[in-house]
Design a protein around this ligand. Sequence first.
Ligand code: NAP
Length: 230
Amino acid sequence: MADGAVLIVGGTGGLGRELAAHYVDQGREVIITGRDQDRASSIASELGGKASGLGFDLAHPETIAGALEGIGDVDKLVLSAIARDNNPVREYDVASAVTLATMKVVGYTETIHTLLSRLSDESSVVLFGGRAKDRPYPGSTTVTAVNGAIATMITAFAIELAPIRFNAIHPGIVGDSPYWEDKPLDAVLARTPTKRLATMQDVVDATVFLLENRSVNGINLYVDSGWLLM
Ligand SMILES: NC(=O)c1ccc[n+]([C@@H]2O[C@H](COP(=O)([O-])OP(=O)(O)OC[C@H]3O[C@@H](n4cnc5c(N)ncnc54)[C@H](OP(=O)(O)O)[C@@H]3O)[C@@H](O)[C@H]2O)c1
């Protein structure tokens, strides 16, 4: 087994937590993060195994280095945290937009910067974007922009920080994820060729593939049941 932990930034909820459960089941040391230390520790206890929790706020990137001081070697780094920003331009909320843009563009990068000496040449990193990059909706300006940024950031990281591998995953709407499970999704299904939305397990499988396949680098992987084909 590779040396070092699996660190999932945004591992206290949703897809990040599901991925954490996968690596806990594999017997790996898993560190999950969210904004609050106590919540992160309590969710790590629920996950069991060799899971531990850490609290820091990606929207305050200057605090990230201090928060990660106690972390040792990292084999796999996953950046999946999100704060939703449904932000129509006509009623633009600057603070909400700044939070999301800071988290995903600066916060994700500062996390990588901070951990560089603890990553090895065999380490790999997966960043989470999303299909709002290509299928915008009213209010999605910041989400569309940051997901587009993720798609290009991985290519810059993969060149500058080689041989560490960097890939991105862009889910469509994940029907059984906590954010979507109680929302009406008939219109989305109608435009999905398979008439089946991606599941959390599908996203976990795809993320594990990106993290572990040693020839996959600089890839934007879409897990959306072909949503953009219709
Ligand atoms: N769910 C989907 O259908 C879908 C579709 C497309 C793309 N995605 C992408 O997949 C990723 C995961 O989505 P999800 O739906 O699983 O998310 P989620 O359930 O909303 O979980 C969000 C995570 O981000 C953390 N977080 C929120 N604000 C933070 C901050 N300021 N600093 C640090 N951590 C923060 C949360 O931790 P605490 O609450 O503990 O602070 C939690 O762990 C996101 O990047 C999203 O863009 C998801």
